[in-house]
Design a protein around this ligand. Structure first.
Ligand code: IMP
Length: 432
């Protein structure tokens, strides 16, 4: 038995979905704890491709319980679409999914405000996914949010909706010069969605605590990545939740002593979507090549991802912020074509040399990466399943990352299939 957090150690899109799917085999409960349907996990099982935005990737495994914790911003429409799509494809959801009644709802006005506010920001825009995530969390913090459990109380729900709409419509009409929303139609739309969602709602904190006491193994599935964390990321170019390990606790209602391991997933290079500083970004042909070879297009928005070299400063920071106990390295095969591989060991900021991730966004924006060139392996690593079969230079690349980050690499992903994985150290203890 073990409770493990698995999260992104970069700016998201590290390939967590496949790993969560793989580790699910040894877990009993799989939990999402922050973010919403801004996340997108692509999974390939045999000939079938699944893209999940909200429901934990563990849903593809029969007999596992998937939990959407209180830290999630829940768009009822997106959830229903995902449930229906999975059901159509023969994946049972009803008996395997539990949703916290304390999740805050993303409502149509959040989506509208997200988009309008981005337009208003102009060149300062964050490049959000436009899913209404930020505005829903704003309401949560402003203590006017509507929670999933409110759907069980039509009168209370209607009152809250009515009050919020006064404020939201004022904002829409007066500030954004856009159309407001009609209370009656919004109320009936969300109540209809509520009928589908209510059966899944429960006190998931209590459920998980009881499961843990029974000896179940819980896998906490992070979304986005550490550098998009609202507190510890490259603020303000971040998402609006705690994508770092702390989010797994506040977003589920379990205590820190219940966590056994924290695993950080990182690509063998770096990508980022949306705006914000990215020191090792390659805007020329080398970045283009990484994008093509890595198929770096967003699972949620289809946007082309910005690509660059591995940044040890950033991943070392993620190791510290999350207390990482292990690293899972993904997409090493994308580097197969390179003669030499630049890797960033530090930043030059003005006249200063730094090896710790800067605390201020201006310093990250002005950081000039200092590179070391590691020898490439010029051979295919795609689909390799044993450490010994990796070319010597690829093994050295992995060892270099371990030394730089100070955390052991315990798994390496060499392709999108579950089987295309090298396991150096089993994440779950043998007895679980
Ligand atoms: P939001 O989460 O939609 O508010 O977007 C805020 C920032 O986080 C933008 O730069 C997005 O591109 C980024 N972002 C949100 N979700 C993901 C994700 O799942 N992967 C990578 N980037 C994301």
């Amino acid at each position: 038995m073990a409770n493990i957090i698995i999260l992104g150690a970069q700016w998201g899109d590290e390939g967590k979905g496949k790993l969560v799917d793989l580790l699910t085999e040894q877990a009993d409960c799989i939990v999402r704890y922050q973010g919403g349907h801004n996340a997108g996990h692509t999974l390939v099982v045999g000939e079938e491709k699944f893209v999940l935005h909200l429901i934990p990737a563990g849903i593809l495994h029969p007999g596992k319980t998937c939990v959407i914790g209180n830290g999630i911003a829940l768009d009822p429409q997106a959830l229903i679409e995902e449930i229906d799509d999975l059901s159509r494809r023969g994946i049972p959801v009803e008996s395997n999914l539990k949703i916290s009644d304390a999740c805050h709802l993303i409502l149509p006005y959040h989506r509208a405000i997200d988009k309008e506010s981005e337009k208003l920001k102009g060149t300062r825009r964050i490049g959000t996914t436009g899913r209404g995530i930020g505005p829903a969390y704003v309401d949560k913090m402003a203590r006017i949010g509507i929670r999933a459990g409110d759907l069980a109380h039509p009168k209370i729900f209607r009152e809250k909706l009515s009050q919020n709409l006064q404020e939201m419509n004022y904002l829409m009409e007066k500030l954004f010069r856009a159309h407001g929303l009609d209370l009656e139609s919004l109320y009936s739309e969300v109540m209809t969605q509520g009928e589908r969602i209510l059966p899944y709602l429960t006190d998931t904190s209590l459920y998980l605590w009881e499961e843990a006491r029974k000896g179940s193994s819980i896998l906490f599935e992070g979304a986005q990545g550490t550098l998009l964390d609202v507190d510890h990321g490259t603020y303000p170019f971040v998402t609006s939740s705690n994508a770092s390990a702390g989010g797994a606790l506040t977003g589920t209602g379990l205590g820190p002593t219940m966590i056994d391991k924290v695993l950080g997933v990182t690509k063998a290079y770096t990508t980022r979507v949306g705006s914000g500083p990215f020191p090792t970004e390659q805007t020329g042909p080398e970045g283009e090549r990484l994008r093509e070879r890595g198929q770096e297009f967003g699972a949620t928005t289809g946007r082309a991802r910005r690509c660059g070299w591995f940044d040890a400063v950033a991943v070392r920071y993620a190791a510290r912020i999350n207390g990482l106990t292990g690293i899972i390295l993904t997409k090493i095969d994308v580097l197969d074509h390179l003669e030499t591989i630049p890797v960033c060991t530090g930043y030059r900021i003005g006249t200063r040399m730094v090896t710790e991730f800067p605390h201020h966004i201006e310093d990250v924006a002005n950081a000039k990466p200092v590179y070391e060139a590691l020898p490439g392996w010029k051979a295919t690593t795609r689909g390799i399943r044993r450490w010994e079969e990796l070319p010597k230079e690829a093994q050295e690349y992995v060892r270099w990352i371990e030394r730089q980050v100070g955390v052991p690499v315990i798994m390496i992903s060499t392709g999108s299939e579950r089987s295309e994985t090298i396991t150096i150290q089993e994440p779950f203890p043998a007895s679980s």
